[in-house]
Design a protein around this ligand. Structure first.
Ligand code: DON
Length: 572
């Protein structure tokens, strides 16, 4: 109803009939837009693989709503992008329920097993054991995705879970064509995978890397999906699947127990909300740092008229906002069930005003003067994001992960489930960076049952103009990618420009701006370097953003998938 807010209607009286009629005419002019705002009449799906989009389409065509489609797309992604997300991992699903105009955040993040401890990855000398948080079942948190799919289907879907899982079951049983990213990840993770014979049997059939275009069948995953479809929560977290998971993990050196699985719970949370130049932001709350970081950066930037600044200064300020938000991420954020991060303060415009006072227009702030902490480490890969809008206006922004390429590279025999290595998202040792070069503090240390801090940022943007549904993988870079896309939408951009725009990123430590070719002009590079920024041209394409937009005035629904990858976006 926002579109009506700008229409000032003087009260009708006999003397003002004429004004009243004019007012009615004005309202009538606004009404078509309001009607379209209530119902797009079209659906759209944007996801990282065409077969996942097709799975969602099949479920929509069968009478499902956006939430059923989200179950179908999530499960299909587990099959077609096994390196990125799946039943052995977790994720966040941000839902908008058109009826009741309500937003719900489904937290299906992994949890630390009951036998986990703060020092579990340190040797007797207190040093981090190399690879322990990344390879093998000790690196795996208790999966949340299966529970989240059951929850979403039951509480918000229209179809039985089995119907929404059917496309994924078919894809796993009949096979999917081997594609480039799948092969690339296999090459990258081969060494770690060799320690998991069950995984090798699936992904290196006959001992060979599968050829491009050949069919990759995952019959054990199909069987696990069938047990989930038939038994719901108990079909995965209890019974034969759970037993095989625990047995495989323990035989491989992990510490899961049957109670860890049976005790897993999905949490529904209130999303983080913010405002920036007339745009309402709805995004991921803790245990994701995404929404807090996004809103904090936008709050900082709201103190400047970015559009009137020269491009180099504009980018300088965006980098300085990034630097400060990531500093706070490392210092304060973690699972709110275990500490009390100062969320209200971090989201407050007054706090952002304070942060602005340390920003100079004429030079970069060295990160070390904001807080000193050493960093080391290297970058990691993969995860997935999809966006869905249905004809009734229900929406889903889902970001799902098993963390780095092929997660822990471990598959418990008989399950077909590739386990995550999300334990690396905890602060394993203060001052030591994780796979994404992120630092953390006590708020994110390891404790039994605790959820590791995430950067995943499924987000809705809404204004009088319309709606955008967005998110991306990319580890620590997720939050800044969503920020840049949000700024683009605020400036009038559309789904296509949001996914395509050239990105840059700063995360406090290391104190460098990593950028994609084309993100800065030569003149901007010179100007930013003169301000004291250290710029590094990234060697890899980061992100795989999927965006849907719905314009109220025209009723147009747009969808776009990141040109850096092989996703698909469809409007129905
Ligand atoms: O939850 C997180 O922040 C990470 N596990 C996400 C990893 C990711 O996006 C990898 N993609 N490149």
């Amino acid at each position: 109803m926002d579109r009506l807010q700008g229409v000032a209607c003087p009260r009708l009286s006999r003397r003002l009939v004429v004004v009243g009629l004019a007012c009615l005419a004005l309202l009538a002019a606004a009404l078509p837009a309001v009607a379209s705002a209530a119902r797009p009449g079209k659906a759209a799906i944007a996801a990282a693989h065409p077969l996942a989009v097709a799975a969602g389409e099949e479920v929509l065509a069968g009478g499902g709503n956006a939430f059923d489609a989200a179950v179908a797309v999530s499960a299909a992604l587990a099959v077609v992008e096994p390196y990125a997300s799946g039943l052995g991992g977790g994720g966040f699903w941000l839902l908008h329920l058109a009826r009741g105009d309500r937003d719900v955040f489904i937290d299906g993040r992994e949890t630390a097993p009951g036998a986990a401890s703060a020092t579990m990855y340190l040797d007797s000398g207190g040093q981090v054991i190399k690879g322990a948080t990344l390879d093998g079942p000790l690196a795996a948190g208790i999966p949340g995705e299966p529970a989240a799919l059951v929850h979403m289907a039951k509480r918000y879907g229209r179809l039985p879970l089995a119907r929404s899982l059917a496309p994924a079951i078919r894809l796993a049983a009949e096979g999917i064509p081997v594609h480039e990213r799948l092969q690339m990840g296999l090459r990258f993770r081969r060494k770690a995978m060799e320690r998991s014979p069950a995984l090798m049997a699936v992904f290196y059939p006959g001992g060979e890397a599968p050829a491009a275009g050949s069919l990759l069948r995952q019959p054990e995953l199909a069987a696990t999906l069938r047990r989930l479809a038939a038994g719901g929560f108990d079909g995965f977290y209890r019974g034969p699947t759970a037993a095989a998971l625990v047995e495989g993990v323990r035989a491989g050196g992990g510490i899961w127990s049957p109670e860890d699985l049976a005790g897993y719970r999905v949490v529904e949370r209130e999303p983080v909300r913010g405002r920036y130049r007339g745009v309402r932001i709805t995004s991921a709350p803790l245990p994701s740092a995404g929404g807090i970081g996004l809103v904090d950066m936008l709050n900082i930037l709201s103190g400047y008229d970015l559009g009137r600044l020269d491009p180099a200064t504009r980018k300088h300020l965006i980098i300085e906002a990034m630097r400060r938000a990531y500093r706070d991420r490392s210092l304060y954020l973690g699972d709110p069930a275990f500490s009390q991060p100062p969320v209200e303060q971090l989201l407050s415009p007054f706090y952002a005003a304070g942060q602005r006072t340390s920003i100079r227009l004429d030079r970069a702030t060295p990160s070390e003067v904001l807080a000193a902490a050493p960093a080391d480490g290297s970058a990691g890969q993969d995860t997935t994001h999809f966006s869905i809008l249905d004809a009734e206006g229900n929406r889903v922004a889902g970001t799902l992960s098993i963390n780095t390429w092929y997660g822990s590279a471990f598959m418990p025999p008989g399950t077909g489930v590739l386990l995550n290595n999300e334990m690396d998202d905890f602060t394993v040792k203060p001052g030591t960076a994780n796979a994404y070069d992120l630092l953390g503090a006590a708020a994110n240390d390891i404790a039994p049952g605790k959820r590791m801090l995430s950067s995943m940022t499924p987000t809705f943007l809404e204004s009088d103009r319309g709606v955008a549904i967005l998110g991306t993988p990319g580890g620590s870079r997720i939050i800044t990618m969503v920020l840049l896309a949000a700024l683009d939408w605020v400036d009038g951009g559309d789904a296509r420009s949001m996914v395509a725009l050239r990105r840059f990123h700063h995360q406090f430590y290391p104190d460098v701006v990593e950028y994609e070719s084309g993100a800065f002009t030569d003149a901007e590079i010179k100007a930013l370097e003169a301000l004291g920024h250290r710029l590094e041209l990234g060697t890899r394409a980061y992100g795989n953003m999927n965006v849907i937009t719905w314009d109220y005035a025209t009723g147009r629904v747009g969808a776009a998938s990141d040109p850096r990858s092989a996703g698909e976006a469809q409007v129905y």
